[in-house]
Design a protein around this ligand. Structure first.
Ligand code: ADP
Ligand code: MG
Length: 373
């Protein structure tokens, strides 16, 4: 139970087409994360699933049953919002019990469900407190408790950790992953933070401008992004994108001229590439190395962040200020702002895109990646 299917779902607000025709399946027990920049339509998608927003066209099914016209309470879902929306004058117990009281559930049953949720969320000691006496993380757990007691088929979360500080957010991510393995329900989680998507999701749905750009496991999206948008959105720090020119193609892949003189052959099927074409080379910051390897770049550093075991170095290709580079290096690397350094990369780890942003197909063993999930 808890399988969700969207077919050709759209949403217009007046003349604004906020969700373009969307098809999506989320399997029973899956932790799906909708991720994308602010305004791309994540909350609208979630609110349509919840029934808080009418869909303009298409259909939404839960467990094979069309629910387009069902009111929110009849859909078997619970939603947790960014603003915890707790009642300040009620205790933690009463806040968690609230939806059960509204449903006129017998007192014993309310008690059993509230205590069960409080155990799962480590709130047993806090049941008599008012929300004002709780930390942000505890308040968010109360809001989650209120969702749990309804024993929904599907949990919907809309940026539930955005109001928490960085340390607490990291802690709550782990707690939510644990909660998911404990409850086993389908969860759909919306965030603009790709780290939350990467760390918690079984399936990531990347949205841009009301459209799904790509659906896949975190590692699939990381290693085989379909386009430059997904490549730039997933992974931290962001992938570097360098303007390159194709100088030839062959069995070994696509050979490109790098911004300052060197060249590299990227091992991708060269279909569609031809000499003279402008392309975009994508290299992740931790795939750049001082000298060595192949594919030479001359890197002029301007900011060096030393984090201890790592240094994050920002700059550009020497002589080309438009070719910005971020590189992650050993914490003890000998470099200062204003200095240049020869760097290289393993072409097998590089990504290649057309000028329009479509990715050349990388040869990645997806089955090996799936085995890690
Ligand atoms: P996200 O959650 O990804 O930040 P939203 O789903 O909230 O994005 O919004 C998507 C787009 O729809 C935005 O451009 C927003 O301005 C617009 N929008 C959302 N709700 C309404 C509404 N009730 N009326 C008109 N436009 C809306
Ligand atoms: Mg939103």
């Amino acid at each position: 139970m808890g399988q969700l299917k969207l077919a050709s779902v759209t949403k217009n607000f007046g003349t604004a087409k906020v969700i373009k025709p969307t098809d999506l399946s989320i399997e029973e027990g899956e932790f799906a994360v909708f991720v994308g920049p602010s305004g791309c339509g994540k909350s609208t998608m979630l609110r349509m699933i919840a029934g808080l927003e009418e869909i303009t066209s298409g259909s939404i099914e839960i467990d094979g049953k069309r629910i387009n016209d069902l009111p929110p309470v009849k859909r078997g879902i619970s939603m947790v919002f960014q603003s915890y929306a707790l009642y300040p004058h009620m205790t933690v117990y009463e806040n968690i019990a609230f939806p059960l009281r509204v449903a006129r559930m017998p007192k014993d049953e309310v008690d059993r469900l509230v205590l069960k949720a409080a155990d799962v969320l480590k709130l047993r000691e806090r049941l008599d407190h008012k929300p004002g006496a709780l930390s942000g993380g505890q308040r968010q757990r109360v809001a989650i408790g209120r969702a749990i007691v309804r024993e929904p088929q599907i949990f919907l979360f809309d940026e539930p950790l955005s109001n928490l500080d960085a340390a607490l957010r990291a802690e709550m991510r782990v707690e939510l992953s644990r909660l998911h393995s404990k409850l086993g329900n389908t969860m759909i989680y919306v965030t603009h933070d790709q780290v939350e998507a990467m760390t918690m999701a079984d399936k990531i749905v990347v949205l841009r401008d009301g459209r799904i750009e790509q659906v896949g496991s975190p590692l699939e999206l990381f290693h085989k992004p379909k386009n430059r948008f997904v490549a730039g959105f997933i992974g931290t720090p962001n992938m570097n994108f360098l303007p390159v020119r194709c100088t030839g193609t062959g069995e070994g892949g696509v050979t490109v001229a790098l911004p300052n003189g060197g060249g590299a052959t990227i091992p991708v099927p060269p279909a569609g590439a031809q000499a003279g074409q402008d392309l975009v080379l994508g290299i992740r910051p931790d795939d750049l190395r001082p000298a060595g390897d192949t594919g030479g770049l001359r890197f002029l550093a301007d900011v060096v962040e030393r984090l201890g075991n790592q240094a994050v170095i920002y700059g550009n290709c020497e002589g080309d200020a438009t070719a910005q580079i971020c590189m992650i290096a050993d914490g003890a690397i000998d470099i200062r702002p204003g200095q240049a350094l020869d760097i290289g990369f393993d072409p097998a780890k590089a990504h290649l895109f057309t000028a329009e942003g479509d990715a050349f197909d990388r040869q990645v063993d997806l089955r090996a990646l799936a085995a890690l999930a």
